[in-house]
Design a protein around this ligand. Structure first.
Ligand code: SAM
Length: 294
């Protein structure tokens, strides 16, 4: 494959080799690159942040279509190569550093930018959560992710793939699986296949969830013991609020949720109701003779 050889030669010419620790699997399929950039649906005013541009499989096309393009790359060797390549293109800004710690909201001057990234597999979930935090500034993302991660993000309730990531991300984003990308499209070839995902973030939650931190705690606790019934999995949380067994049962009734259900069966709205009734419940001091809740 010509593009595979080109990637190999480009690395060698820069005195580099693919680094496992940074999940360096370079896209070598121009047709896939084109589809990814098309999925970003850029217009003449679009501002784009590309995370991990690497050898630039997507970058030339992004530079051609975007009004402003920011590139964030952790590998100094690749960053130097990108800086040289785009030195004459003032609308392209190359930033060296870790996407998980750089102050992206300060570095990107424009109020809103689209994220495009073929993410390193080892940090893809943390990056999604970072984008969740920064969603007001980066309201759309086109991400190439390990297929299993993509499926988890988009998973509906009732499946083994439905979990903390599905609920917390879907609370603030519409998740669309766009298309599959074979492992054969990358050099070096990874052990896994990928899926391109579109995330359309919303500033406010997509259903009423009450206090975000409490909602997050409820979701994490419920899935922390996903085989247990909710009344057991959430027992600690209720006890922590000082709720008696009777008060705990009343909460489930108010939320319209069966306490014998398991986390996997609750949709986003049900988690939202549960978190809300819990936040509204007056904390009680449990008397020593109160029976335990579970
Ligand atoms: N976009 C290129 C492509 O499609 O061929 C490269 C994709 S490769 C899977 C991931 C890229 O992300 C590599 O260039 C790697 O150096 C970079 N990277 C890894 N960890 C990073 C981090 N924490 N912050 C910024 N870039 C990172």
């Amino acid at each position: 494959m010509g593009a595979r050889r080109e990637a190999h030669e480009a690395l060698a010419a820069a005195g580099l080799r693919p680094r496992k620790r940074w999940g360096q699997h370079f896209l070598c399929d121009p047709a896939v690159a084109q589809r990814i950039v098309d999925a970003a649906a850029l217009g003449p005013d679009s501002v784009v942040l590309e995370i991990g541009p690497g050898l630039g499989a997507l970058t030339d096309e992004l530079a051609a279509r975007a009004a402003r393009l920011y590139l964030v790359e952790i590998d100094r060797g690749l960053t130097a190569r990108l800086a040289a390549r785009y030195a004459e293109r003032p609308h392209v800004r190359v930033l060296q550093g870790d996407v998980l710690t750089l102050p992206l909201d300060e570095l990107v001057a424009e109020p809103s930018a689209t994220v495009v990234a073929n993410l390193p597999y080892n940090i893809s979930t943390p990056v999604v959560f970072r984008l969740l935090e920064l969603r007001r500034r980066f309201p759309r993302a086109i991400l190439t992710l390990q297929r299993e991660v993509a499926v988890r993000l988009a998973s509906p309730p009732g499946r083994a793939t439905y979990g903390v990531t599905s609920v917390l991300v879907q609370a603030f984003a519409e998740v669309r699986l766009r298309f599959a990308v074979s492992r054969r499209s990358f050099f070096p070839r990874p052990q896994i296949d990928s899926t391109v995902v579109e995330l359309a973030w919303t500033a406010a939650p997509r259903v009423e969830i009450g206090d975000v931190r409490l909602f997050t705690s409820v979701v994490r606790a419920a899935f922390g013991q996903r085989r247990k019934m909710l009344r057991n999995a959430l027992g600690g949380l209720m006890t922590g609020k000082g709720l008696s067994a009777a008060a705990g049962r009343a909460l489930y009734t108010r939320a319209g949720i069966d306490p014998a259900a398991r986390a996997e069966q609750l949709d986003l709205a049900a988690f939202g109701r549960l978190a809300r009734v819990l936040s509204e419940a007056p904390s009680q001091v449990t008397r020593p003779d109160d029976p335990p809740q579970h």
